[in-house]
Design a protein around this ligand. Sequence first.
Ligand code: TYM
Length: 334
Amino acid sequence: TPRVFSGIQPSGNLHLGNYLGALKRFAAAQNEGIESIYCMVDLHAITVWQDPADLRRATRELCAGFIASGLDPEKSILINQSQVPEHAQLAWIFNCVARMGWMQRMTQWKDKAGKNAQNASLGLFAYPSLMAADILIYHATHVPVGEDQKQHLELTRDIAAKFNHDYGVDFFPLTEPVIEGAATRVMSLRDGSKKMSKSDPSDASRINMTDDADTIAKKIRKAKTDPEPLPDNTDELDERPEARNLVNIYAALADMPVEQVIADHAGQNFATFKPSLADLAVAKLAPIAEEMSRLMGEQDEIDRILTRGAERARAITAPILRQTYDIVGLVPPV
Ligand code: TYM
């Protein structure tokens, strides 16, 4: 039976890349009646230092973002990673299965640790092992994510396969990444060669989910572009990363194929296209921002949702951890 899992870090600002690459697509599984678990990965966030008050606020705001994007806490299971201890417990087992060399090859590790790897936290190095545990502690089969998580999901399969092989079992499934839509890799509004990210020091490089209408419109108006009008076929976007990015964003927000956006706007200058994109973005994003801010006024309700989510999650994770410990040969309490 299919089961969906995905996670987002509660660090920095939730942005349009997170929304189009992941969040916006989460409600689909729930609405098809597929069991799904969505997680605020606070233990991943602290692989780099977080101000404790900011972390608490960001975790609750992310939960508000999940709900505002259409997740129903009755249908889907919404959890905060640290409240479901089996994630971290299974991660330890996986730390003993995964190899140092596998971790060293991760491009996200190389990007984040950079030349100063000796000074990075051990947690940042082991990050993908915890991520594999997030997914496999549910025996999840499908993981909707943006393009940048693909390598981590391949590693998740490697860990599952090596565990199964080392212990001679067929216990952990090989999970499928689900990387779909027009905006699996949303780029920075200031530089078409960099992905939109929470950690970019320039706020103008991204649209935050909490930005107001004026800010959204202004950021789109100022987005970097080239001087050419939009072409009449998608091939001609290949050499124009900034133009391609805005067209992809339009397509994803409008739930339209990229070809349709091009057909509708061929020959337009950005002076015309950008205001249409801004109107569309405001129409789609402003209600989400409003709902998030309303929910943030009901912090107790958010905390109750996460507590209840953790209870429901543990009904799945506790037996799977118990079986894993048994397979490994850990003696249980009597
Ligand atoms: P995170 O918090 O960096 O991003 C959350 C989700 O947003 C997607 N995303 C993007 N998609 C398109 N364009 C972008 N510019 C962009 N930036 C981010 C990410 O691909 C992701 O789907 N390691 C994960 C969190 C995680 C997780 C998991 C995900 C922990 N455990 C288990 C899935 C399953 C991360 O840091 O995502």
